[in-house]
Design a protein. Sequence first.
Length: 187
Amino acid sequence: MSQGGALGGDEAVRKIHIIQGEYRVSDDPDIVLTTLLGSCVAACLWDPLAGVGGMNHFLLPGEAGTEGMRYGVHAMELLVNDILKRGGRRDRLVAKLFGGARLSEHLTDVGHANSTFAERFLKDERIPVAAASLRGDQARRIQFWPVGGRARQIMLSRADDQVFLAERTRPTPKPAAAEAAGALELF
C-alpha cells in the first residue's frame, strides 16, 4: 500500500495513494498522501499544532445513501471527524482544496459543482482555506504531507486522457524525477 523513496530531495517518505471514494488521516511525518484529480475534488485538512491531517477524494457534490464516500458531504465529515479523533481540534483546522476541472466541454460541469460544494462546506464549518487550486481545464497530481500541511500540485497535460482511468485505480509509483517537472508547492 505504501512505497518508500525520495521526492525531489525530501527525506524518505511513504506514499499512500487516495482514489475516488477514499480518505486517509495520518500523524506520521514520513507519510505523503497522493491523488490524481480531474473533475473530482480533494480536500486536504490539517491541525498544525496537533500535527495531524488528511486528504479525501470525492466524485460528486452533496450526499447520497449507499454511495457514501463518493459524495462530498460524507467524505468531508469522515475526514474532519477522523482528524478530531486523532487529537486535532476543529478550531485549528486549515484546508487546501484541489481539483474540480472541466475536462470535457460535452459533459455536465461536475468539477464546478464539486468545487462550489467544497468551498461552501468549509465556509459553513468555519474552516479557513489556506490555498486552493480549483476548476480550470487541466487534471492535477496532488501530494500532501498531512503533518505539516505542505502540498505540491503538478498540472497534467490536457492530452493525457489517462486521468479518467488513473483517478479510479491505484497507479504504480513513478520515479521522483518525473514528478518534479512542473511542480507547484503551496505552503
